[in-house]
Write a protein that binds this ligand. Structure first.
Ligand SMILES: [Zn+2]
Length: 267
């Protein structure tokens, strides 16, 4: 196999209780789960194309945008990273049609365990994708809310009691706090909610467990980047979150290289 294209976030699905990853290179999909245990070579072609407009950009902003799109594209608006700042429910957004499809729709507030327990939010269509992207081992939905703004407000409130970031090194080393009972953490979270937010709680929510295609986890993950190393080659030891785990504890964050033009070779 030898194909090339611009990278975007790996596509995921679940088959037989295990996450299946597909590498996206423009319109091509490569089942990269099948390459675990094999030698793989990725070579950066020294070109980045903006994931919004497609134009060449010398530098990637916010994981794949050219500077102009970073400033103006609806998918790079502030509320992507800070949902509580979303103003779509007041009719204000860079692009109101985009906001209607992405902000003014049901969102979930959840707890996930990647290393420790953390709170997060996501659009209702992104379950379990969002958790897989974060490398979570377990997850549970706390509440379903009608829009992104309310999800953000609830998350900000719960950040007083729960972490909101994933420790990516611990996640990749698979240091998972197995003693955390996510269902009882959910009950604690509900108790902390003010009355006006309690109405959105999902009483009955499935407890998710996610298994990743990994042969060996790194002991001391060393992050690779195409900015420093054009050719990255080795045995693929596994995939977790949006990371490829290579031999010698090397890890490559695929999402960080959105828009990078690369060629991929495997036996
Ligand atoms: Zn652009």
């Amino acid at each position: 196999m030898n194909i090339s294209g611009n990278i975007s976030k790996m596509k995921t699905s679940i088959e037989n209780d295990e996450v299946v990853y597909e590498l996206r290179l423009n319109n091509e999909l490569v089942n990269i789960s099948e390459l675990v245990g094999k030698t793989i070579t990725l070579e950066y072609q020294n070109q980045i194309n903006c994931i919004a407009c497609g134009k060449k950009t010398s530098k990637s902003f916010a994981q794949g945008f050219c500077y102009n799109c970073f400033q103006t594209a609806p998918q790079a608006e502030e509320c992507v990273l800070k949902p509580e700042t979303c103003r779509a429910h007041l009719g204000e957004a860079r692009d109101i049609e985009f906001a209607e499809a992405h902000c003014l729709i049901p969102h979930y507030v959840y707890l996930a365990i990647a290393s420790g327990v953390k709170v997060g939010i996501t659009r209702h269509t992104q379950i379990p994708t969002r958790w897989i992207d974060q490398g979570a081992s377990k997850a549970i939905i706390i509440a379903e809310v009608p829009n992104r703004h309310i999800a953000g407000v609830m998350e900000v409130h719960l950040k007083q009691y729960f972490a909101d970031k994933t420790n990516w090194r611990a996640m990749l080393k698979n240091v998972v706090a197995n003693d955390i009972d996510i269902a009882s953490e959910k009950l604690k979270a509900i108790e902390h909610l003010p009355d006006e937010l309690k109405q959105y709680v999902m009483a009955d929510a499935k407890e998710w467990t996610l298994n990743y295609p990994v042969e060996t986890y790194p002991l001391k993950p060393q992050s690779l980047t195409f900015d420093k190393e054009a050719k990255i080659s080795g045995t693929l030891k596994g995939i977790k979150g949006q990371y490829l785990l290579l031999d010698n504890d090397r890890v490559l964050n695929i999402r960080k290289h959105n828009g990078y033009l690369v060629s991929v070779q495997a036996d």
